[in-house]
Ligand binder design. Structure first.
Ligand SMILES: [Fe+2]
Length: 424
């Protein structure tokens, strides 16, 4: 069975024209409608129009020292700066394996040590839902600075962004009712688009901070998949085979979709980027399946039928197992929720379960931090030379660590401080 390349229907001129006529959507909003929508938005400063003179201004995002500079190396094993003994907070693990909800810790108040702990915590737990956050109220400049602590920030090729802050990607779905549902599902049965943010970049994202501005009272959640556990569930020989594969990621169809919806382009380029299918985490040493469904085209160097067979298997294996998924809810339209995650070990998709109801807009901005160029360390010797020896010696142990535990694989900081200069 051939593999369905996500969005590939948009290359059919007939389909493209037909969709354009219908402007099939509930997508987000038409790029021409931004000024009009700004009048309705609760946080208009986070809904900017793109200036044509900026076209092609933002290119070539790089982070060659990303693995070495990852702030998780500096995190404390007991997370005492993220959870100081004086703080009153509560935590709830969405599953024992990954995902935690935290109330009572204010992201905007974290000092550098707190941010280092946060990086490591995200690298352990995969994602965290922070409630009652004031990040959005401090203005776009504060969020930009907050994100920059963790690394260079990405500017999305095609998206809305905050006014004068292209680093703050904006997702905006209009308020409305069932007409949105009819439009969205006229041609499809599901709107799920599983991905790891910007995996088409040479230096894809490490952390994303997804800040809720306005959300439906219920619904519009984000669901996550633990790609470390997806990797661990496979048999050793099959893992070994997958570790030899390189896959091609592209934003080609995303660009087509943006064009259809009059979304502004900051960078018009179509990227075709090679990444290993299995990657090693620069801090924990854990391996994960870097299966960014929406952006993956094919397996490099394989005949199409072979590539299709592998990608079809991965689709079924990674995306169809509720045991490795958790759901990050908003809890009301003004919960001050910030969802943060590590794109190297989780996939996610927005959930469009509210379109048939009368709801407010779904409006977020995202701070996207560039990570390292994905790499895989295949042998124990190779791993040891990069300071991953403990993380790899028992393979599974990191993933099973609860983020609250003080057990922490040794050897990260030492091993990494001298091991990253060869371009990995
Ligand atoms: Fe995303």
């Amino acid at each position: 069975m051939s593999y369905y390349v996500f969005g590939s229907e948009l290359t059919d001129p007939y389909v493209f024209e037909a969709l354009k006529k219908k402007r099939i959507g509930g997508y987000t909003l038409n790029g021409k409608e931004v000024e009009e929508e700004k009048k309705k938005a609760k946080y208009p400063e986070y809904l900017g129009s793109f200036k044509l003179e900026d076209e092609e201004k933002y290119n070539n995002f790089e982070n060659p020292d990303g693995a070495k500079n990852d702030k998780g190396h500096l995190g404390s094993s007991d997370f005492r700066h993220l959870f100081p003994s004086s703080a009153k907070f509560s935590t709830f693990d969405l599953s024992p394996n990954f995902g935690t909800e935290i109330d009572g810790i204010q992201l905007s108040q974290l000092d550098d040590d707190g941010k280092n702990d946060l990086a490591l915590y995200l690298e352990k737990r995969g994602l965290v839902i922070f409630r009652n956050q004031d990040l959005k109220d401090k203005g776009p400049g504060f969020s930009k600075k907050f994100g920059e602590y963790f690394g260079p920030l990405h500017i999305h090729p095609v998206s809305y962004s905050a006014e004068d802050y292209p680093e703050l990607l904006v997702t905006y779905r209009k308020a409305g009712g069932s007409e949105r549902y009819d439009a969205q599902f006229q041609e499809r049965t599901s709107a799920a688009a599983w991905h790891s943010d910007i995996s088409f970049e040479r230096y894809p994202a490490s952390f994303s901070f997804f800040v809720a501005l306005e959300t439906p009272e219920s619904g519009g959640d984000t669901v996550f998949i633990d790609t470390r556990e997806a990797y661990r569930r496979l048999s050793p020989p099959f893992r070994k085979f997958l570790e030899t594969l390189t896959v091609i990621h592209t934003n080609y169809y995303q660009n087509k979709g943006a064009q259809l919806n009059n979304l502004p382009a900051k960078i018009k380029k179509d990227y075709f980027t090679e990444h290993p299918l299995v990657r090693t985490h620069p801090v924990t040493g854990e391996k994960s399946l870097f299966y960014s469904r929406t952006f993956i085209q094919r397996v490099k160097g394989f005949k199409k039928s072979e590539s299709d067979a592998i990608l079809n298997f991965l689709e079924q294996h990674v995306l169809s197992n509720p045991e490795i998924q958790v759901r990050a809810t908003h809890r009301g339209s003004d919960s001050g929720t910030v969802i943060a995650w590590d794109n190297r070990i989780v996939l996610h998709t927005a959930i469009l379960d509210f379109l048939q109801h009368d709801t407010s807009a779904r409006h977020h901005y995202r701070i996207t931090v560039l990570g390292e160029k994905p790499y895989i360390l295949n042998s124990e010797n190779e791993a040891a030379s990069y300071g991953h020896s403990n993380g790899h010696s028992n393979g599974h142990s990191n993933g099973h660590l609860n983020g609250h535990s003080d057990r922490h694989p040794n050897g990260h900081s030492n091993g990494h401080s001298n091991g990253r200069s060869n371009g990995i």
